[in-house]
Design a binder for this molecule. Structure first.
Ligand code: BG6
Length: 515
């Protein structure tokens, strides 16, 4: 990667958890690798009163706890810390914006950034609109609406954390507010899953190899499964989570992105426009679920009291900041169809949940069983279909399950795996997704960010399900922590004579055949 140009990184919501756990460690890591320009600086912006020294001390603590490479390099940190500043201000006060604006101008000059600015909105979403308005009005961003004059080629970009709206109409409204002040080329909507190495590798796997494309369609693929499982509960985020739920928190963004990368047509080029055009087409091809038919395509669940991997929970309804009568789902399983020529009739099963038995993000592409063969006739059971497993996390890698003969005089068949693991092949740890995404935003590359129409098209997939659930009188199914969700989720897939698959399933039994 090339070092990024000089710029101001202005973080709104700088005292929050995301900033401590992800953004500061990512910025430090970029600095450590020489990818952060020496003329770049950070201005943290939040309501909490702090001075620069306390802000820096807090950032140092975050690095001690969350830096990807530890021990931290104190020399790199000292150089970075000297360029980290903090302004405490009220997001809704015009006077405060005027003060921050003056501070930014002075810092731009001190560090000679050329006026480049990256505004990072890491605040709760309710604050997005007032901040965008103020940025537009008080920080004189109106000029950004017009192509920059050659003598003032400075960039002004804005990164927005998810959630981007809570349904189609709020996302549309947020886009409208954004577009009043920023051109789409200046807007970087984050989905941190797109920064994950394995997710990026999906495109390489599909389009840089010729063996997949001919069979990547309904003729050879029986179905696709996508799992995003977490082994923790909502923790301290009950307030946010209770107004979101699994569908908004994970499915609308991370899971639909994964699905789009599996289902999309080859883009005409790898530029941001072409790639995102193809993803939007996938969303637009998803068969809408009628509100009255939601039960046949979607299952929701809520974890009850119990224990998982040493963590105990009183159950979702008794978590901190959660409404005790809440119907918010902590688990969702869906069956979707992409109604286009390639995927005609091929189900995509998606499931996600909190307090499942393990942290696992995985895509399984199950191929159709071989046609009736010798083996089918002479074996005690049908041979196994092939599976292509893309493990996004942990143990990033790709594995292909094949049938193999067990050595010996008998004809016994076993399912075996050809494995490619990132850690052993490349012998290097993958960068954190925020490193990649912040660097891309500084470079102006939007490929791994969500475009306005893409966000809206993804909401259009999810909205009818939300609506169906809100009209449904039955509450979500309860499931025990450390299980794979409610029984209804098994029924959803088993009704189609299929079952949920995942990397840690028990090995399939050996099939004995007669010679
Ligand atoms: C976030 C969700 O977007 O993704 C969280 O808001 C979730 O609820 C997190 O825990 C999972 O991310 P990752 O990278 O750990 O899979």
């Amino acid at each position: 990667m090339l070092p990024a140009p000089p710029c101001a990184i202005v973080i709104f919501g700088a005292s929050g958890d995301l900033v401590r756990r992800k953004l500061i460690p990512a910025i430090y890591e970029l600095a450590r690798q020489g990818l952060l320009n020496e003329r770049a600086y950070v201005l943290g912006f939040a309501r909490t009163p702090l001075d620069d020294d306390h802000f820096r001390a807090g950032c140092h603590d975050s690095l001690l706890a969350h830096a990807r490479t530890r021990p931290i390099d104190e020399q790199v940190w000292r150089k970075l810390a000297a360029r980290m500043h903090y302004a405490s201000a009220d997001y809704s006060s015009s006077e405060d914006y005027a003060r921050v604006s003056a501070l930014l101008n002075a810092l731009d000059e001190r560090y000679d950034t050329g006026g480049n600015r990256l505004y990072y909105l890491a605040t709760p979403p309710a604050q997005f609109e007032p901040i965008i308005q103020h940025l537009g009005e008080k920080l004189r961003l109106r000029d950004a609406l017009h192509p920059p004059a050659p003598e003032d080629g400075a960039f002004r970009r804005i990164i927005l954390e998810k959630p981007f709206g809570r349904d189609l109409s709020s996302a549309h409204e947020l886009n409208r507010v954004l577009h009043r002040h920023f051109r789409e080329e200046q807007i970087f909507r984050i989905d941190h899953y797109l920064g994950k190495e394995t997710v990026q590798n999906l495109m390489v796997m599909r389009f840089a190899n010729s063996i997949f494309e001919p069979i990547w369609n309904y003729k050879y693929i029986d179905h696709v499964q996508i799992t995003v499982a977490e082994d923790i509960g909502v923790g301290a985020r009950g307030g946010y989570y209770d107004s979101a739920g699994a569908l908004r928190d994970i499915v609308q963004n991370h899971m639909l992105q994964l699905m789009a990368l599996v289902a999309m047509e080859p883009p005409v080029s790898l530029d941001a426009i072409s790639v995102r055009d193809e993803k939007v087409k996938v969303y637009r091809s998803v068969r809408p679920i009628r509100a009255g038919a939601v039960g046949a395509f979607a299952v929701r669940g809520q974890y009850g009291p119990g224990e998982c991997r040493g963590a105990t929970t009183p159950g979702y309804l008794r978590e901190k900041d959660v409404n005790p009568a809440s119907r918010t789902e902590t688990f969702a399983a869906l069956k979707l169809f992409v109604d286009n020529w390639r995927w005609s009739g091929t189900p995509f099963y998606l499931r996600t949940g909190k307090f499942l038995p393990q942290k696992l993000t995985e895509i399984v592409v199950r191929f159709r069983s071989p046609p009736l063969t010798l083996f089918q006739k002479q074996c005690e059971a049908p041979v196994y279909p092939n599976d292509l497993l893309v493990r996004v996390q942990p143990d990033e890698g790709i594995s292909l399950r094949l049938n193999g003969k067990v050595p010996g005089g008998q004809l016994n068949i076993r399912s075996v795996a050809m494995d490619f693991r990132y850690s052993s092949v490349f012998n290097a740890e993958s960068p954190d997704s925020y490193e990649r995404l912040i660097h891309d935003a500084m470079m102006g590359d939007q490929t791994l960010f969500i475009r306005a129409d893409e966000a809206e098209a993804a909401w259009a997939v999810v909205d009818p399900i939300e609506k169906g659930w809100s009209e449904d009188k039955a509450p979500p199914h309860t499931y025990e922590p450390c299980t794979w969700g409610p029984k209804a989720a098994m029924d959803l897939i088993e009704a189609d004579a299929r079952r949920w698959l995942h990397g840690d399933n028990q090995p399939e039994p050996i099939i004995a055949c007669s010679l």
